[in-house]
Write a protein that binds this ligand. Sequence first.
Ligand code: DLL
Length: 439
Amino acid sequence: MSNYFNPEIETMPVEEIKKLQSERLVEQVKHVYANVEFYRNRMDEAGVKPEDIKGIEDLHKLPFITKDDLRDQYPYGFLAVPLEDCVRIQSTSGTTGRRVVAFYTMEDVLIWDTCCARAIVAAGGTKDDVVHVSYGYGLFTGGPGLNGGSHMLGSLTLPMSSGNTDRQIQFMTDLGSTILCCTPSYAAYLGESINERGLKDQIHLKAGIFGAEAWTEEMRRGIEKSLGIKAYDIYGLTEISGPGVSFECSEQKGMHINEDHFIAEVIDPETGEVLPEGEKGELVFTCITKKAFPLLRYRTRDICVLSRKKCSCGRTHIRMSKPLGRSDDMMVVKGVNVFPSQIETVLLNNGYEANYQLIVDRKNNSDTISCDVEWLPDNPPKDIEDKTEREYLLVNKLKSMLGIAVKVKLVEPKSIPRSEGKAVRIIDKRDLFEESALK
Ligand code: DLL
């Protein structure tokens, strides 16, 4: 594949995009069937042969892939090229033991960079911009993704990573950062910090590219005001490549999916039935260009709506709404993906039962998570010191499992309300999901 960064692809007539997707899908199916035993078995079980897939109209014949499949196949089960052809791995946040590790060939990295470069352009970026990347660098895809996109565009890239707010602001003022890339919570925090220090007139930001967690329109308006910028949403997930699977344009009405690389479907999460455009359901992606770790029909668990309505920016690629919720119980806390089951595992491994409740909140634009857990009736804490010690032990265990701090409170047996139906394990006070503007 030549010509990685070709903006014309984003304005191709829809029929041409679909034709391109069909051609690439056919090749991709052959590639995974030939190289990944897991796919071969799944497709054989479903009675589908590579030659049955003649274009995107046959996509529905392929079986779905879930995160559990990826964990079961950890680490190499989905690798579709020889390991020596890979140049990079990235990994999902917050999961333990069986993480999801995604592999990239050099070509895969360039495709990913292209997707992120497009997001920067859609936010008004050019090679003359100074792109300040405050997403975390490392296994998390945020930093490396936007870094790569900025390089591809030829912009000056500041690989700040997250944290150290004073240093962030100093570089921002001294080097004249014009585009900020970070999580929306961190952007809000930076905005506050800059205003508190009275430095707003010394920063030159014009745009921000914020994603990796849910954020509301209200939050967008707050960030835009405090930093004096236009704030753009960006979406992605490690399994599919990282940030840049989709991104907002100047219209700010949903995120254009990079359709020359990913096919999007929305399904009914209960039945798996493909839903028509405009209906709300679970987002499913098929990677049609990636070679090392190409997932077909991967269930993201993000609930979204797709729209092909014409966008006045001129891009023809389909748009997705902001995620409107999840079809599983994953929460994104401080940018880290947290499953209640992980917390439960720590509790059970440490002699507690599954009588717990998680309270997630957002204060001063920073997420907090606390966990109330009942001590066992036959093993109450001896005194206040013993209680604190036991709580501290759980805090440490949870920290090493999740990578973030969870406040723990031991409470009396039967003090957590029992529910008649599904246990109410999570109280998320953040109210992050709202019906999004896909017009
Ligand atoms: O969060 C990739 C990313 C980095 C996206 C930087 C945007 C910017 P994961 O850690 O694998 O990857 O988490 C993926 O995060 O399935 C969504 O539930 C959530 N998510 C990502 N972007 C958004 C967004 C990165 N813009 C999971 N709005 C996804 C809401 C988002 N949720």
